[in-house]
Design a binder for this molecule. Structure first.
Ligand code: SAT
Ligand code: MN
Length: 585
């Protein structure tokens, strides 16, 4: 196959020459192609079959044990000026980065097939979608991209029509951590990734394109790429409100996207549009709209069970690629948090020994088509996306942040987003319970200087006077004994309802220095065994703690020097002054 887009054709020719690939395969994205690649990988051991009776069309991939996660220290934003990448990124000059990585690509596909993957991020017919082409030598990447994106002939046709695409060059190389780099060239709309086969490093449509490159592209084109799930909340009257929500990892993002309404909420429905990334645009009427650029989920497996996330649990029982889970004696996938079955082999294929390793790697993943989710919204395929009623930020905080509050204005909401922080959990390496700043949950994903990203967010006030409300939630508040105060999971719907009531101006709120807080009676706790005193604690704000939080935030902001938007400093200063005035009164 070839293409009528001469730029794409000559790029593929050049890369084939550089990498000395044996063969070139243009992916058509068909099911037959997927099945052929699966057969080939079963034959060479890249995949193994799971129990086809219990888990039809499910396969297991065991990655190199040194290649199981994103590698932020090897991930670079390559802009001409270092300041444009900002203190939030690792930076390398474009020329130096190209030279360094091209040397690794030189001859790296000898004896291998070069796959050309044309893909579209977002619905094929949507004006909000953007396309890319990934070149890779990994068939595992091809089958994952088939699930995660709209990939193949239709995407190629759109590229030929649009004339533009993001270029992503990937090779697993030798899977040597010493020869591994993930380089981004925002001004060239290109990505080069070498030496890793892991999701975020290798499925270039995801974090590399849909967040890092797209965030940059979005600034020049006047839209926003954000690390947010998109969820629809339908009330018993049949009205649906759409929310886009950003959380740092280990805050239950996937669970919220697929929330199961509790028994007490008959007639309520949740519709999932996305679990990870949203692209936001203001339409001609000033309405903020969202699309999910992805078509599948690349989710964390451990902890998934009928209780925590029934939808996810059920959707991964068929047609799913598992990466780095354990297996049972009868070859079913197994992971920590599963309530049935016993593992016999761990994620590295060794006899399971809990003293040596968990059965599933803590970052083991499922790759599955979004349409397999029982709460899948067909509007995920709508060309004009969905109207967004509210933007929600959140973090995991034992104390400080109340269960929910609303920003006073759009500009204050940008401050709330920029102030997102979360406590580390056992799921990630390092100390547990430490507060990490993760502005807008974008810390590893913003393709340029955060100060400029916040300025871009602030600029939306000039684009529309109908912007949605911005909120902050914290499901993880604890009492002095370390017990969680809020039940979480499906009950979080009660908090989403307050958010929607605010958007619909159906309920008042208390104006405080930190933002608008709910009156206790306005959060429906009917059928919940929760003491009013506990609700009071959940919604309380300790001014001393909040002042300390603002000081920590100011400290973080100081890294951005005079690039920090004055409006953001002004918002921060206002909170500090209002807290002081309240305390003096
Ligand atoms: O590797 S991904 O970026 O796709 C998933 C994650 O680590 O958040
Ligand atoms: Mn993510």
């Amino acid at each position: 196959m070839t293409t009528s887009n001469s730029e794409l054709q000559s790029w593929v020719d050049d890369i084939a020459k550089l990498t000395q690939a044996d063969e070139i395969h243009w992916c058509d994205g068909s099911d037959a192609e997927y099945r052929r690649l699966v057969q080939q990988m079963l034959a060479d051991g890249t995949l193994s079959e799971l129990n086809q009776e219990t888990h039809p069309n499910c396969y297991l991939h065991r990655s190199d044990p040194s290649d199981v996660a994103r590698v932020e220290h090897l991930t670079f934003i390559c802009t001409e000026n270092e300041e444009d990448a900002g203190p939030n990124n690792h930076w390398m000059a474009p020329a130096a980065a190209h030279a360094k990585i091209d040397q690794l690509f030189d001859g790296c596909m000898k004896g291998r097939t070069l796959y050309v993957i044309p893909y579209c991020m977002g619905p094929l017919e949507s004006p909000y979608s953007r396309c890319g082409v990934e070149i890779t030598d990994s068939p595992y990447v091809v089958i994952n991209m088939k699930i995660m994106t709209r990939m193949g002939t239709a995407a190629l046709q759109r590229i030929e029509k649009d004339g533009t695409f993001v270029r992503g060059l990937h090779s697993i190389g030798e899977l040597d951590p010493e020869r591994r780099f993930i380089m981004h060239f925002p001004a060239e709309l290109s990505i080069k990734s070498y030496g890793s086969g892991y999701g975020g490093n290798a499925l270039l449509g995801k974090k590399c394109h849909a967040l890092r490159i797209a965030s940059y592209q979005a600034r020049t084109e006047g839209w926003l790429a954000v690390h947010m799930l998109i969820v629809g909340v339908e009330n018993p009257a049949g009205e649906t409100h759409y929310l886009a929500c950003a959380f740092p990892s280990a805050c239950g993002k996937t669970n919220l996207a697929m929330l199961i309404p509790p028994e007490s909420h008959k007639g309520w429905k949740i519709w999932t549009l996305g679990d990870d990334i949203a692209w936001l645009q203001v339409d001609e009427d000033g309405q903020l709209r969202a699309i999910n650029p992805e078509a599948g989920y690349f989710g964390v497996v451990p902890g998934t069970n009928e209780k925590t996330n029934r939808n996810a649990y059920e959707m991964i029982r068929h047609d799913t690629i598992y990466t780095n889970v354990g297996v049972t004696a009868d070859n079913q996938p197994w992971w920590e948090g599963l309530t049935e079955g016993t593992p016999v082999l761990d994620w590295q294929g060794r006899p399971y020994d809990p003293e040596v390793s968990p059965a599933a790697h803590p970052n083991s993943r499922f790759t599955v088509s979004a349409s397999q989710n029982a709460s899948y919204s067909t509007l995920a395929d709508a060309a004009d996306g969905v109207p967004i009623a509210a933007l929600v930020f959140g973090g995991r905080r034992r104390e400080v942040a109340p269960l929910v509050y609303q920003a006073k204005s759009w500009a204050h909401g940008v401050l709330v987003g920029a102030g997102v922080a979360s406590e580390t959990t056992a799921a990630a390496a390092g100390e547990v319970g430490v507060v990490r700043r993760d502005p807008m949950a974008m810390q590893p994903f913003c393709g340029y200087n955060f100060a400029d990203y916040w300025a871009h967010w602030l600029s939306f006030e000039q684009r529309s006077d109908k912007l949605p409300g911005i909120f902050h939630v914290n499901w993880f508040r604890q009492n002095k004994d370390g017990d969680f105060l809020w039940p979480g999971f499906g009950e979080n719907l009660r908090v989403l309802r307050w958010i929607i009531d605010r958007c619909e101006k159906r309920v008042d709120a208390l104006a405080t220095p930190i933002g608008m807080l709910p009156a206790i009676a306005d959060i429906d706790t009917e059928g919940l065994d929760i003491d009013p005193a506990v609700m009071e604690e959940l919604l309380s704000v300790d001014h001393t703690q909040w002042s300390a939080e603002m000081t920590a935030l100011a400290e973080d902001f100081s890294r951005y020097g005079d690039r920090l938007p004055t409006e953001l400093s002004h918002q921060l200063q206002t909170v500090i002054e209002e807290l002081a005035a309240k305390d003096a009164a």
